[in-house]
Each structure stands twice: as structure tokens, then as C-alpha cells.
Design a protein around this ligand. Structure first.
Ligand SMILES: [Zn+2]
Length: 107
């Protein structure tokens, strides 16, 4: 596959939704998210990801807790009730968009 640079503006929302989705399923942390997003074709550096997590926490979608793992501080994120309801609103929007994007492909 040709390697193209992703349009950050365009995919930022997708990345945040990925994060919300995984936070809804269980506790997550930075390095894990980077690996998971890479699997989906998003190449994020810690310098890009951490401000995103920070902003999402600032908005009240995520909460974090420090934990010491092998002598290092790891920040563990989990979803808040606001994050959960935001995710379900977004899912409805995505379903609608998805339907429109693919309505003509089905036939
Ligand atoms: Zn994922």
C-alpha cells in the first residue's frame, strides 16, 4: 500500500473516537493506544497523542490515575459517564454517515 501522510484535521476525530471506544472497554494507557492505533494505520507519536489525551481529560471524557509500573509512572485512562454518553451520541452520527457513504456501494 502506498504510504500517504494522513490529513490530521480530517482524522483527528477518528482517533479520538478510537480512544473513547477503547477506554469504554477497559483501562488504557499511552503506549498501548499508540500500538493499537498503529494497527489501524494511524502513526501517532507520544508528542501528538499526549496532548489529545490531556484535552479529552480536560473535557471530562476521560479520567486518569498514575500508576507505577516497573519503576516508571504510567498514566492509566478510563472513560467517564460523560465520555460514555458522548461516545453513544457519536456512534449514532457515525452510523448515519456510514449509511450515506456506503449506500451506493451495496448495489
Ligand atoms: Zn481500535
Amino acid at each position: 500500500m502506498e504510504k500517504r501522510k494522513l490529513d490530521k484535521d480530517l482524522y483527528n476525530g477518528f482517533i479520538k473516537l478510537h480512544i473513547l471506544y477503547h477506554a469504554a472497554k477497559g483501562k488504557i494507557f499511552g503506549l498501548w493506544i499508540i500500538t493499537e492505533l498503529r494497527r489501524h494505520g494511524y502513526d501517532l507519536s507520544p508528542g501528538t497523542l499526549y496532548p489529545i489525551l490531556h484535552r479529552m481529560e480536560g473535557k471530562g471524557y476521560l479520567k486518569s490515575k498514575k500508576k507505577i509500573v516497573k519503576g516508571k509512572i504510567r498514566r492509566i485512562y478510563s472513560i467517564t459517564p460523560l465520555g460514555n454518553s458522548t461516545l453513544s451520541d457519536a456512534k449514532n452520527k457515525i452510523k448515519e454517515l456510514f449509511g450515506e457513504l456506503f449506500e451506493h456501494d451495496e448495489k
